[in-house]
Design a protein around this ligand. Sequence first.
Ligand code: SAH
Length: 244
Amino acid sequence: MMGTLTIAGLGPGDAALVTPEVSAALAGATDVLGYAPYVARVAPREGLTLHPSDNRMELERAGEALRLAAEGGRVVMVSSGDPGVFAMAAAVFEALEGFPQWQDLSIRVLPGVTAMLAAAARAGAPLGHDFCAINLSDNLKPWKVIEQRLRLAAEADFAIAVYNPRSASRPEGFARALDVLKQAGCGERVIIFAHAVTTPKERIETLLLQDARPEMADMATLVIVGNSATRRVGRWVYAPRRAS
Ligand code: SAH
């Protein structure tokens, strides 16, 4: 008897932002897998086995989830935010390529509120015009690709949501990213640092990119760089809907 695998997003932190669909999947689960801090957001109960794992074990974790589901489990793989945005859904499908025997498993991907949407809502409407999202982690791609994408995004005048801006193991990346954006002429653009959005530690800072310091970001920060028309109104930031 084959089970099911549900890949679910827990949203940015606040329990009120977990969708009813995701709550129902968790309520019926036999196994929950994911990066330990995300699994910690799931309440333990009888009949549910929690499988927390390390951050970099994505493919192993995905293979384990597929195996548990193939053995009949109702398995939920959790990510923060949305599972398809720099998270586990892609890792599961990558693992599935290696296991043709499991390709008929019942797999569902349940969306969640991704960090850039929660951050944008707090700031106003900085993603109200065209935008892109860039992951600054160079674990899975070379730095020169990141730099090129930042440059081209600036040239295309997208607002840019930056995920994973800075970690203890890569303290210099975000400083380099700010330099690339300054060289691309973005010094006068608005930049938003949205830290731990929808949690008790939430902090939102808005300033001009030329005044930003690398230490303003950490791994719990989502950074939004406005487009050239993004502006402030009172305490809000928005991108006008028209482009000239
Ligand atoms: N799947 C997640 C993103 C995982 S990458 C999503 O859709 O949101 C992890 C990065 O997301 C962090 O480094 C940070 O940039 C961002 N992030 C996640 N939760 C956040 C929050 N509550 N506040 C601000 N940024 C957050």
